[in-house]
Design a protein around this ligand. Structure first.
Ligand code: ADE
Ligand code: ZN
Length: 315
């Protein structure tokens, strides 16, 4: 990666902590927790990182998360991510975690949260990286389950800046979660949601109008709807775009076809993020490098993208 890219101060606003679980750490945690894995070794697992769509990735991502059991495991996961951030001049992070992925396996909510929180605090003190944590609801599960998760989170209200919506997008429109988002907002939490990754522009409208989100996660399909484009430009609603993710999950065929710079030039407040870096081939730095290499991103454009990420912070 060019040094000028690495040196740019950046924020990461779209990162699933469970998606930063590198195969080496996954195997180490499996050994520590005495869990048998279906993959022979790290290389075999890495070779399985070939996906045709979001669902194929999610199946592996949830299987991988099964090795996370103890507070220490969640600490180690988060700490490893923050060290990568430090190396790439990411000075602020607003990561997601998926409580239901863990509580549904019998891991107590507070075990997950304490490990993540302690690492984030150490990151602030030892690495100088500020943060705001976002609790994400799994949209393939019923809204009732999201309500239960929000209830579990409320004793720890101050640990979060907001709620998000992730997992399988197609067939699970934002409108299904209108009430739980209203409840979260009434508690003073910000709202964000994945929309327009695989799903249609209609899902982005719903996320804006019904969930009243402050940022759109992905949102690359907004470009198919001119009226929607005008709205997100006029209102300067940030998009947390994840270029390497979009290629790995076949949202675009090649990086050369990605629309992030076209959006930037049209005045959309786009930012660069890694989504699930352990699975998609890189962290924020590698995402910036890919735009430079394949789309001819200039230094001026990189600076605007980095500044957008700092401007779009919720914490
Ligand atoms: N969970 C983790 N990564 C995701 C993505 N890219 N889209 C939806 N849900 C996710
Ligand atoms: Zn995501």
């Amino acid at each position: 990666m060019p040094e000028w890219l690495n040196a740019l101060p950046k924020a990461e606003l779209h990162l699933h902590l469970e998606g930063s679980l590198e195969p080496e750490l996954l195997f180490a945690l499996a050994e520590r927790n005495q869990i048998a894995l279906p993959w022979a070794d790290v290389e075999t697992l890495r070779a399985a990182y070939a996906f045709n769509n979001l669902q194929e990735f999610l199946d592996l991502y949830y299987a991988g998360a099964n090795v996370l059991r103890t507070e220490q495991d969640f600490y180690d996961l988060t700490w490893a991510y923050l060290q990568r951030c430090k190396a790439q001049n990411v000075i602020h992070v607003e990561p997601f975690f998926d409580p239901q992925t863990h509580t549904d396996r019998g891991i107590p909510f507070e075990v997950v949260l304490r490990g993540i929180q302690q690492a984030l605090r150490d990151g602030e003190q030892q690495l100088g990286i500020s943060h705001g944590l976002i609790l994400s609801f799994l949209r393939h599960l019923p809204e009732e389950e999201a309500f239960k998760t929000l209830e579990q989170a409320m004793p720890f209200r101050d640990a979060f800046i907001g709620v998000g919506l992730d997992s399988s997008e197609k067939g699970f429109p934002p409108r299904l979660f209108e009430r739980v988002f209203a409840k979260a907002r009434s508690e003073g939490l910000h709202a964000v949601a994945h929309a327009g990754e695989e799903g249609p522009p209609e899902y982005i409208w719903e996320a804006l109008d019904l969930l009243k989100i402050k940022r759109i996660d992905h949102g690359v399909r907004a470009i198919e709807d001119e009226r929607l484009m005008q709205r997100i430009i006029d209102e300067q609603i940030p998009l947390t775009v994840c270029p390497l993710s979009n290629i790995k999950l076949c949202v675009f065929e090649h990086m050369g076809q990605h629309n992030i710079l076209e959006m930037l030039e049209r005045g959309v407040k786009v930012t660069v993020n890694s989504d699930d870096p352990a699975y998609f081939g890189g962290y924020v730095g590698e995402n910036f490098a890919a735009l430079h290499e394949h789309l001819g991103m200039t230094e001026a454009q990189a600076k605007r993208l980095a500044q957008n990420s700092l401007d779009a912070r919720l914490a």
